[in-house]
Ligand binder design. Structure first.
Ligand code: ADP
Ligand code: MG
Length: 355
C-alpha cells in the first residue's frame, strides 16, 4: 500500500481561514440574524429591526439604535478575533455580553457581501464600509448601526445547497429574533420579509431600563411572553420563582394541560442568553414526569441566573451551548423550582375546594 503523496505543510490564506471558521458560526441565515441581533443588544439598542429577502439568503439587514461604531473602528469590527467586549482571560470568566469572540462579523463577511453603516453620538454623519472593496464613505444615518448581508454563501455553493426553502429559512430567522425578544422586554423588535411586516413586538417595559425593579421586569416579561407566544401561554402557566444555592430560577411553566405534541415552546436562558442544554432539558422533563403522559411536551420559559464564573459560555462558537461547573446543582434547582410551581396551583385548588 503506497503512502499518499507527500505535500509540504503551508499556511492557509487568510480568506480561507475565515471561510472555514465561518462554517461553525454561520450555518444558515438565522445564524447571521442571531449574531447581528446579539451585537445590537450588546450596543444597548432599544429597537432592533430585521429586514429579509428570500428568507434571508438574498438579503439580511439588521438596524439598531445602539451606541454605533466609530468611523475609525469600522475596519477593526470586521477583523477576526477583534472585539470591544473582553480584553483578558479574567473578563472572559465573567462575561455578560452576548458576544466576546470577535468572530461573527468576520465570519459573515467571509461568506457574503457585507456592509456596515454606523454613526456614533459624537459623529455628525454616518459612515459606510463595504467589506469586499474596503471602500469607506460618508452616508446618512441616525445614531446606531445597520449591517447589511447580501447573498449569503454565494462563494460557498456547498453550504448554499443545504439551505431549505425561503419559507423555512424565514421561520428560522423569526425564531432567532423570538428567542431574543423573550428575554428583552425592554427592547422593541420587528421583522420584515419581502417588504411585509412579519412580526412586531413593542417594548413592554415603559421608561428606561428598570432592570433593578424586579416586579416591573417580571410584569414586562409576562406581557412580552403573551405577545410572542400568545395569551394562552401565560394564561395556562404558573410562575416559577426559586433561589437555591447559587442558582436563581424564574419564569413561567405551562400547566400539564398546556403540553403540546412538539417541544416547540421550551425556552431556557442562562444569564440572559438563550441556551440549549441537556441538563436543563432533562431537569424540566423530570419535573413533569408524574404529571405528563406519553410523548406530551411541556411548555416553559425559564430564566436562570448564575454567577458567571460558574458557567462556561465559551464552549462552542455559536454560544448556544454552555457548561455548568456544577451541573447537579443546576439540575436540582430547575427541577425543584418547576415541581414547586406545578404543585402550587393544585394545593391552592384543594384548599379552595368546598367541603
Ligand atoms: P463580538 O460581538 O464577539 O465582539 P463581532 O464580530 O460580532 O464580535 O463584532 C465585533 C465588534 O464590532 C464588536 O465587539 C463591537 O465593538 C462592534 N459591533 C458589531 N456590531 C455592532 C453594533 N450593532 N453596534 C455597535 N457595535 C457593534
Ligand atoms: Mg457579536
Amino acid at each position: 500500500q503506497p503512502f499518499p503523496p507527500r505535500r509540504a505543510i503551508h499556511d492557509l490564506p487568510d480568506e480561507l481561514i475565515s471561510q472555514i471558521a465561518a462554517g461553525e458560526v454561520v450555518e444558515r441565515p438565522a445564524s447571521a440574524v442571531r449574531e447581528l441581533v446579539d451585537n445590537a443588544l450588546d450596543a444597548g439598542a432599544r429597537q432592533v429591526t430585521v429586514r429579509l429577502l428570500a428568507g434571508g439568503v438574498r438579503l439580511i439587514t439588521v438596524e439598531d439604535d445602539g451606541a454605533g461604531i466609530a468611523r475609525g473602528e469600522l475596519q477593526a469590527a470586521l477583523r477576526r478575533h477583534a472585539t470591544s467586549k473582553i480584553a483578558s482571560l479574567h473578563d472572559l470568566e465573567s462575561v455578560l455580553t452576548m458576544g466576546f469572540r470577535g468572530e461573527a462579523l468576520a465570519a459573515i463577511a467571509s461568506v457574503s457581501e457585507l456592509s456596515l453603516l454606523s454613526r456614533t453620538p459624537e459623529q455628525d454623519s454616518g459612515w459606510l464600509l463595504d467589506a469586499r472593496s474596503g471602500e469607506l464613505r460618508p452616508a446618512a444615518r441616525a445614531r446606531g448601526t445597520t449591517v447589511e448581508v447580501r447573498e449569503l454563501f454565494f462563494s460557498t455553493p456547498a453550504r448554499r445547497k443545504f439551505l431549505k426553502t425561503d419559507a423555512t429559512e424565514l421561520a428560522h430567522c423569526v425564531q432567532a429574533v423570538r428567542r431574543h425578544a423573550l428575554v428583552r422586554p425592554d427592547v422593541g423588535f420587528a421583522v420584515w420579509h419581502e417588504g411585509k411586516l412579519v412580526e412586531q413586538w413593542r417594548p413592554t417595559l415603559a421608561g428606561g431600563l428598570a432592570t433593578d425593579d424586579v416586579h416591573a421586569w417580571r410584569d414586562a416579561l409576562a406581557r412580552r411572553l403573551a405577545d410572542v407566544l400568545g395569551e394562552d401561554f401565560i394564561a395556562n402557566a404558573v410562575a416559577v420563582q426559586r433561589h437555591v444555592g447559587g442558582v436563581r430560577v424564574t419564569g413561567w411553566a405551562g400547566v400539564p394541560d398546556a403540553a403540546r405534541s412538539r417541544a416547540d415552546q421550551q425556552y431556557s436562558y442562562v444569564n440572559g442568553r438563550f441556551v440549549r442544554d441537556r441538563v436543563l432539558a432533562h431537569a424540566a422533563r423530570s419535573a413533569y414526569e408524574d404529571v405528563l403522559h406519553g410523548q406530551r411536551q411541556p411548555v416553559y420559559a425559564l430564566y436562570l441566573e448564575i454567577d458567571p464564573q460558574r458557567v462556561d459560555v465559551n464552549v462552542h462558537p455559536t454560544k448556544i451551548e454552555v457548561r455548568f461547573r456544577d451541573g447537579r446543582e443546576v439540575h436540582q434547582a430547575v427541577r425543584h423550582a418547576l415541581e414547586d410551581a406545578l404543585a402550587a396551583p393544585r394545593a391552592q385548588a384543594l384548599a379552595e375546594a368546598p367541603g
